[in-house]
Design a protein around this ligand. Structure first.
Ligand SMILES: CC(=O)SCCNC(=O)CCNC(=O)[C@H](O)C(C)(C)COP(=O)(O)OP(=O)(O)OC[C@H]1O[C@@H](n2cnc3c(N)ncnc32)[C@H](O)[C@@H]1OP(=O)(O)O
Length: 410
């Protein structure tokens, strides 16, 4: 790829400040000192690719050293791409494309079968083979009246947890939620502190520091939330902004939602990025009171090594299909392959047989976590089904008990 006078190299620690300055420029941000220091610490632990024009840093991309849960409870190395920035003076000449090629090469070098990101604009990353692997819903509760429930909430005591104790108390609990739900990152203690417990909310500085409420001892659930007082003169109620809520049982979840809805001087509970199968949406007695405001793609996934990625996930039912895969950016994935998989075995090998399904790598990424069925992509005209029933057979094999979900943004 010809990017003129620009060349790629690793960004040394001493250039992290310059990389952050570039990111601030392109994302129109001016973080305070506390946030800037936190970003420096985070970037210090990342793979950092820079595009230099002479000595000028004109492009930057970082990769967090994440692992992510995949269907069946396995954990795969999955670099999390972030801070992708190209200087306005150097756009649309292939700098991002070159950095992406370099990142894929590094993933392959590290034996990482997946890569993932959160997209600033959904139109950018499909061409690089990323597909929306998980989704999140924004759910809002009108809490000016008591939350109406069809089940009885768990009556065990609730406790407010000191934020210093959060990583130690919540980390083992959160870890148990990752196996059943694909798409969840392993969290280090530092990640808990830097991403979940920051004093200020990045999007809304009027929100309080995070509060953490736990249910039961031993722990049976928790919620992380922030609050904001209302503007009663303008009839704007106080807000409870829920960042995460996990519970062992529906009754436990009901207790936590009821607690959040009962907080005095607030009238709205808003939860971002909820799993699409959140039981609240079923056990709420009044769906006029509990609404889904939007559903958005969350984690965009790339199968860097299709065979290794498919081999690492579980298969819920037997499948035997021939896939014709197109992958312009990573040609090693392209070709015609017979996928034979079941709960007991897996093989994926080149074949000369006629394909049952033809699809692009980005579409394979879209169905990998099972948030979107193959049959839906066939109906959308994106996947070609040459053998009737092939998409349904593949969907039955890809199926997961719980809808995949990603809570961590990066
Ligand atoms: C994971 C994350 O960090 S998401 C954050 C992404 N960063 C931003 O949004 C910050 C502001 N934007 C930028 O810094 C840059 O414009 C970038 C990084 C989005 C693009 O960088 P560039 O070097 O201009 O991209 P490059 O020239 O390699 O273009 C690659 C392809 O993407 C397309 N593309 C680039 N930007 C966009 C865009 N904003 N919307 C749609 N398509 C785009 C190009 O047309 C090109 O398409 P082609 O391969 O079909 O010809």
């Amino acid at each position: 790829m010809n990017i003129g006078s620009v060349s790629l190299r690793d960004v040394p620690e001493s250039d992290i400040e310059r990389a952050l300055a570039l990111a601030c420029l392109v994302f129109h941000e001016s973080p305070d000192d506390e946030r800037r220091e936190q970003q420096q610490r985070t970037l210090s632990g990342c793979l950092r690719i820079g595009a230099y024009d002479g000595e000028e840093l004109v492009g930057f991309a970082a990769a967090h050293p994440f692992t992510v849960s995949v269907p069946g409870g396995g954990d795969l190395s999955c670099p999390g791409l972030s801070y992708v920035s190209v200087a306005p003076t150097h756009r649309r000449r292939g700098v991002l494309s070159a950095m992406m090629a370099e990142l894929f090469a590094r993933c392959a070098g590290q034996g990482a079968p997946l890569a993932a990101l959160w997209a600033s604009e959904a139109s950018i990353y499909g061409r690089f083979g990323f597909g929306p692997g998980t989704y999140g819903a924004t759910v809002e509760i009108d809490s000016r009246r008591a939350l109406a429930l069809r089940i009885s909430p768990d009556e065990r005591p609730l406790h407010l947890l000191d934020t210093d104790s959060v990583p130690a108390v919540l980390a083992p609990y959160f870890e148990t939620t990752r196996g059943p739900r694909a798409g969840r990152h392993a969290r280090t203690q530092a990640w808990w502190r830097e991403q979940w417990l920051t004093r200020k909310d990045e999007e809304d500085e009027d929100l309080s520091p995070p509060r953490v409420v736990t249910l039961g001892d031993p722990l049976a659930g928790y919620a992380i939330y922030r609050t904001k007082s209302g503007d009663w003169a303008r009839d704007v109620p106080g807000l409870v902004s829920v960042e995460e809520l996990e519970a062992d049982t529906p009754e436990g979840a009901a207790a936590l939602w009821r607690y959040l809805a009962d907080i005095d001087l607030t009238g709205t509970v808003r939860a971002h990025g909820r799993p699409l199968d959140d039981p609240l949406l079923l056990f709420a007695a009044d769906r006029d009171q509990v609404g889904v405001k939007s559903v958005e793609p969350a984690l965009w996934v790339r199968l860097v090594d299709v065979r290794a990625a498919l081999a690492a996930r579980a298969w819920a039912a037997p499948v035997d299909v021939v896939l014709a895969v197109r992958d312009a950016r990573l040609p090693a994935n392209a070709g015609t392959f017979r996928l034979i998989a079941s709960p007991d075995g897996f093989s994926y090998a080149p074949t000369d047989d006629a394909p049952d399904l033809s699809l692009e790598a980005r579409d394979l990424a879209t169905v990998y976590m099972a948030a979107t069925p193959v049959a839906a992509l066939v109906r959308a005209g994106l996947v070609a089904e040459h053998t009737q029933g092939a998409a349904s057979m593949l969907d039955a094999a890809l199926r997961t008990e719980l809808v995949p979900h990603t809570g961590d943004t990066f």
